[in-house]
Ligand binder design. Sequence first.
Ligand SMILES: Nc1ncnc2c1ncn2[C@@H]1O[C@H](COP(=O)(O)OP(=O)(O)OP(=O)(O)O)[C@@H](O)[C@H]1O
Ligand SMILES: [Mg+2]
Length: 353
Amino acid sequence: MSMFKDMLGAEERLITNEYALDYEFIPKLLPFREEKQKQIVNSIKPLLSERNGRNLFVYGAPGIGKTAAARWVLRDLEENTEGVIPIYVNCWQKNTSYKIFLDICEQMGYKFLQNKKTTELFRIIQKDLNTKAAAFIFDEIDKIEDFEFLYTLLNEIYHKSIILITNHKEILTDMEERIKSRLMPESLEFKPYNADETYEIIKQRARLAIVEGALTEEALGLIVDSATQKQDIRTGIHLLRESTRIAEDESSKKINIRHAEKAITKLEDFQIKKSSDLEEDTRFILSAIKENSEKKIGDIFNEYKQKGGVSAYKTFQRKVEKLNKLGFITANKVCDKNGNTTILSASKKLTEF
Ligand SMILES: Nc1ncnc2c1ncn2[C@@H]1O[C@H](COP(=O)(O)OP(=O)(O)OP(=O)(O)O)[C@@H](O)[C@H]1O
Ligand SMILES: [Mg+2]
């Protein structure tokens, strides 16, 4: 018997594809969401034959594939069709009409956008959008501070489909009448996955990301139970990643039930949250990191202060550490000519597999 045989070598890893465990990773297959995807496709499809698209209001609880399904369709549209410009905006990051139009300009490849007003930014993209058609997704729409951009798009873009996504169904009722009456969206509700569906999804993700055969059925079972109970696939993916890291730390070749238990205990300590559930200052720090991704912690702190951040450096550091633990960012220690520092990056963007 050899103890070494059951241990990972120093260079060996259990995770074969980190991307596939990223929250924003969109797998090639999205099982159990085909019907929802079809409905999203149907709202966009008329644009391909130069008719007007339909608008959709997508709602449902966190972590159940709304963003993944919508982005999947947009990616399919981009790769397999022509004539429709796909635009995806996360309104938690871009929460004003100005930021949204600036983001759309950038997505469409425009540069030299400094010092332009909101209406000027819109004029830049209007021409292009109106020579073709556009499919817009505005995700986390409840985080938006002003709806003027929506009114502008509804009035001034001819061929379009607008898809709004949210956890909060009420937002539609609360919308101004002048916008509601123009938007007239169909509603599309996403319901949580059941235990069998959760099992399939997590197992599929493990297949993409982890050494074959490493995840024991018992550990998978525990992860699936927890994600089913919380009705949140994001939690399941997080637990999968954490259990695997814990197993790696112990140089174990298998991810066993003890590793999964440890990951679950950690989760309870550090309840995984949606960015929108983070406390206000932490959210503000996260937005500073998103806007300055891959910069030094000190520079990001200065940015944060300049924009009105209130925390002292120590508190800022503590909150950054929390964001790191929750998986919203990664913090990499590096050594440059001025000594040691930490580079902060926001979680990776949508990544193809
Ligand atoms: N059917 C599925 N197949 C594979 N992965 C899935 C499926 N549904 C969801 N996921 C994964 O679960 C995670 C959470 O999904 P997603 O981000 O789409 O949730 P959401 O409904 O938009 O949540 P929120 O309201 O919090 O934004 C993502 O990593 C996504 O890839
Ligand atoms: Mg989402």
